[in-house]
Design a protein around this ligand. Structure first.
Ligand code: HEM
Length: 204
């Protein structure tokens, strides 16, 4: 029997499945970090962990932004039902990315962390992204959505600012090969173009 998208049984199955899929990179990183089943993080484990967590945060952030244009193109309104979980997982990975930096990379040396935030613009940008994500995560519940009404949508437009800041942060910390960061920037540009196109076509 085929499950109809948007039906009760569809959500019962798809949400836990998406939850597990989003958790998978973290589980794999844990297995690598503890060298389970011959896995490992390579010669520079802290850097690898930091980079992978940052990349997953950014991937999920972009995927969250992809939901709305995808829903408009396909008419699959049920896609909206996955947006909150993707956004919260983006936040989860960014928080872990920050803790990896603060605890494993900087050894919780607050003076060094503050100096980094002041002296390295890419760290300042990263922190800005993380701080902007906090009100979005806090107001992501259905109750908050209802309470804030139209203000909720306005507030959640901040996610575009976070995405720009995050891609910029990625681009700025690259030492040599900028190809990957450029690809993420291009994906973000396409997402913006889709938004602008929709705004224009719905006005005319
Ligand atoms: C929205 C928030 C953020 C996102 C999406 C993000 C994402 C990323 C990405 C994609 C990378 C590059 C990974 C690679 O090269 O493979 C990166 C690197 C890095 N991020 Fe973030 N980041 C964020 C916030 C932060 C914050 C709050 C901090 C610390 C205060 C931070 C510290 C770093 C550091 C230290 C690196 C590595 C730099 C290096 O290897 O030289 N990030 N981040």
């Amino acid at each position: 029997m085929l499950i109809k998208p948007g039906s009760k049984s569809f959500w019962k199955l798809s949400k836990p499945l998406l939850f597990l899929i989003c958790l998978l990179p973290w589980v794999i990183l844990l297995l690598q970090a503890f060298e389970v089943m011959g896995l490992g993080l390579g010669a520079n484990p802290v850097e690898e962990l930091l980079h992978e967590l940052g990349r997953w945060g950014l991937k999920l952030l972009l995927l969250t932004l992809f939901i709305t244009p995808m829903r408009r193109w396909t008419g699959w309104n049920w896609l909206l039902g996955f947006r909150r979980m993707l956004g919260l997982f983006a936040f989860f990975y960014v928080v872990l990315h920050f803790f990896t930096y603060a605890i494993l990379d900087q050894g919780l040396d607050f003076d060094a962390i503050i100096e980094d935030i002041i002296k390295r613009p890419y760290i300042t940008l990263g922190l800005t992204g993380l701080l902007l994500l906090i009100p979005l995560a806090v107001t992501s519940t259905k109750g908050m959505m209802r309470r804030l009404g139209k203000k909720w949508q306005k507030l959640h437009r901040l996610v575009y600012v976070v995405a720009i800041v995050a891609v910029w942060h990625f681009y700025w910390q690259v030492k040599l090969d900028t190809l990957d960061a450029t690809i993420y920037a291009l994906v973000l540009m396409v997402l913006f173009a889709a938004r602008v196109y929709h705004a224009h076509s719905s006005r005319s």
